[in-house]
Design a protein around this ligand. Structure first.
Ligand code: F6R
Length: 362
């Protein structure tokens, strides 16, 4: 049932090009237009509030950038355990969107019940269509990732992102922020992702070598800017969950506001940075790390690696991708780094200590 892989996590990482292609096929027409359920109509919606836990909350965090930048739609995010007890005021013209692989996470379900009757629509993005969260939503969009067995979420994360990206494009059209051509260009970029992810999977051997050294670290920092910032948080979560190495994700611009104090020759700093409009800022962050003898692993595209210049510890080169959707592609090396580091440490990758696949208690 592991399909020739040693672990479910390895299988599920490798499945991503296929399941993302499936999700795109499901939610687009053969001609390449959007085909989301009828209720996904953002006209008159004044904001969306996205709520989830763990990895699913990082998918919401990435999607916040998309809804704001692609659709000009105010988007808020919160983790379910804070949202439900904070009891925030919600607009009756807003949507509340709950993202969950299992659809059974207790805090996310309680957050959904809190939002009921306070918002225009309760929407969920789930992997298990028969789950409580799906059943209690006005509208539920399955992510079609297939069964995810590994406790560390991988393919569900990228499928959540894919569905949220399609929703953001729809919001852009509904709100008149995107022309049909611009929407088609975004959808074209999404359709390229499975092929690009296959390329990223091909880096597994190189990543395994890097992981041998990463496995020696006590602490690891992940940095990213813009929509890559939540991916830095996700990369750190994946690494700590399965390798038990202490890892933190930060927005690159926050480095000098505290975490730089941790940097020395023993702290690897993993920089997730395609060569986008803010790349030169990231280069100066890397220089600050290197000046303190920090070991930078730069994950970028060929142009980014070229521009970053000498002095970085290691580089991983990914293909070019539309900047907005880079987190979907860059999730693959982040997952593979965690996986191979855990293998190097000999930990139980599919069943990490203290963790459960579905958190149905509070
Ligand atoms: C991380 C992980 C957890 C879950 C979180 C939410 O790899 O698996 O952080 O993402 O417990 O679970 P769901 O998505 O089932 O609500």
């Amino acid at each position: 049932e592991k399909g020739g892989y040693k672990h479910f996590m390895a299988k599920e990482i490798a499945e991503q090009p296929v399941v993302i292609a499936d999700a795109l096929k499901h939610y687009t027409t053969p001609e390449g237009g959007l085909r989301l359920p009828e209720g996904v109509d953002f006209k008159g919606v004044d904001r969306i509030t996205m709520v989830a836990c763990g990895t699913a909350s990082y998918a919401c965090h990435v999607a916040k950038y998309w809804f704001e930048q692609i659709a000009g739609l105010p988007a808020e995010i919160d983790i379910a355990s804070e949202f439900r007890y904070r009891e925030p005021p919600l607009s009756g013209q807003s949507w509340a969107v709950f993202v969950s692989q299992s659809g059974e996470t207790a805090d996310t379900l309680a957050a959904l019940r809190y939002a009921r009757d306070k918002v225009a629509r309760i929407v969920s993005v789930v992997n298990v269509p028969t789950s409580s969260i799906a059943r209690e939503s006005d509208l539920s969009l399955p992510i079609l990732a297939g069964v995810e067995v590994g406790v560390a979420s991988t393919k569900a994360f990228t499928c959540q992102l894919t569905v949220l990206a399609l929703m953001a494009v729809k919001a852009g059209l509904d709100r008149g922020r995107l022309t049909a051509e611009q929407a088609a260009a975004h959808l074209g970029s999404l359709r390229n992702l499975p092929g690009l992810m296959n390329h990223a999977l091909g880096l597994s051997g190189v990543i395994a070598e890097v992981a041998e050294e990463l496995a020696e670290a006590q602490d690891v920092l992940f940095l990213g800017r813009g929509a890559m910032y939540p991916l830095a948080l996700e990369g750190a979560l994946k690494l700590k969950e399965i390798s038990y190495i202490h890892a933190e994700g930060y927005a690159s611009g926050e480095l000098k506001h505290g975490p730089i104090a941790l940097i020395d020759a023993r702290v690897p700093v993993i920089v997730l940075a395609p060569r986008d409009g803010l790349f030169d800022k990231t280069v100066s962050n890397m220089q600050e790390v290197m000046a303190r003898h920090g070991k930078v692993l730069l994950i970028s595209d060929a142009a980014g690696v070229e521009e970053a210049g000498a002095g970085v510890w290691k580089t991983l080169v990914l293909p070019e991708v539309e900047a907005a959707f880079a987190p979907i592609l860059y999730a693959v090396p982040a997952q593979l780094l965690a996986y191979h580091t855990a293998i190097a440490k000999g930990t139980d990758v599919d069943q990490p200590r203290n963790l459960a696949k579905s958190v149905t208690v509070e």
